[in-house]
Design a protein around this ligand. Structure first.
Ligand SMILES: [Zn+2]
Length: 339
């Protein structure tokens, strides 16, 4: 099932298909090579998470632009990896019994998983020749602006980031993420294109990919620092187990009540002493550093039930979906990355 399909052309049906029907075009994960006027090729991966379908819409738009009677007149060659088609057809991020397609790249903590063998075939094929850049297209839940994620801070990656949006995140975990696999190979970025189908995310990604198709080389001049704000993950904010929680605009009473529209704080600095929740408990929130250290007492202030931060941090990837909050987290807390 996880054997890679490699093709040198693209059925016309791909250009209009919905992600839920993607298996009518590719019934298994597929690597498409399309020859363009120049090299090295640009590598683009879509739907490593099956229900994050903006990548499909973005590539449909790019490919339609360059389609002619004889095929595609692309300015630059591309490799397009259409990832988890099975999960996409079911409207899921991934299937329950498999390793996440974006935790299976070189550096993964689960080297024996079948998904890892599939991804290894992709890496082997696309690195036979030089690559211009690697772009991985994703969406997230909640009201996030589009932003890039890079694992190495260098001029080319900063350029990729700034061209997408003025804000990008530097990350080093989790392991096995696609973008990290290209650290030593070519410039690489994960594009978080806001929620699936979000027009701004699509527009910005199309513009970046189109630019990369045309440019001969990355700019030589260093990027002015005010063109890009780099942030990094400082901690993850979770609701303590068993805490009955909700939002201000709900009728019920909760042990922990978060302000209504908490997601408006996404990617904006939360000031010290700005109250974002009320509680009847002593310690309803848990803050954990990337290395697992408990930072709750260091970062969370609880003054007679009014909750605020002890240090200015930027909440990001906030979700208001209670199920996701319980399974995953309420948000991440970011801090400025000094460079
Ligand atoms: Zn994703």
């Amino acid at each position: 099932m996880n054997r890679l399909n490699i093709v040198n052309d693209l059925p016309d049906a791909f250009l209009d298909i919905s992600y839920r029907d993607i298996k009518k075009v590719f019934d298994r994960p597929t690597l498409v090579h399309l020859e363009g006027h120049k090299g090295p090729a640009l590598f683009i991966s879509i739907m490593l998470h099956g229900n994050e379908y903006s990548g499909l819409l973005i590539m449909q738009e790019i490919l339609k632009k360059y389609k002619n009677a004889r095929g595609y007149a692309l300015p630059r060659s591309i490799w397009l990896f259409v990832g988890n088609v099975e999960a996409a057809s079911q409207g899921l991020r991934r299937l329950d019994n498999e390793l996440d397609f974006n935790r299976a790249w070189p550096g993964t903590t689960q080297p024996n998983a079948p998904t890892v063998k599939l991804i290894a075939q992709v890496m082997q094929k696309i690195t036979e020749d030089e690559l211009f850049a690697a772009i991985d297209l994703h969406n997230n839940t909640g009201k996030n602006p589009p932003y890039g994620c890079i694992s190495v801070v260098n001029e080319k990656n900063k350029y990729l980031s700034s061209f997408f949006h003025h804000l990008a995140m530097v990350f080093h975990t989790p392991k096995g993420v696609s973008t990290m696999a290209f650290d030593e190979i070519c410039p690489a970025i994960t594009l978080e294109c806001s929620t699936p189908g979000n027009p701004l995310g699509i527009e910005k990604a199309v513009a970046l990919i189109d630019d990369l198709m045309h440019m001969d080389h990355f700019p030589d001049k260093p990027l002015p620092s005010h063109d890009l704000q780099l942030v990094q993950n400082s901690a993850v904010l979770k609701i303590a187990q068993g805490v009955n929680f909700g939002f201000e605009d709900e009728e019920e009473h909760f042990d922990l009540t978060l302000v209504a529209n908490f997601d408006r704080h996404n990617f904006t600095q939360l000031k010290v002493s700005e109250v974002f929740a009320h509680t009847t408990l002593a310690r309803p929130l848990i803050v954990t550093a990337e290395d697992g250290r408990d930072l709750t007492d260091e970062l969370i202030s609880n003054k007679n039930g009014a909750i605020s931060l002890k240090k200015p941090l930027m909440p990001a990837m906030i979700t208001l979906d209670k199920k996701i909050i319980m399974q995953d987290c309420l948000c991440y807390l970011l801090e400025e990355y000094e460079y």
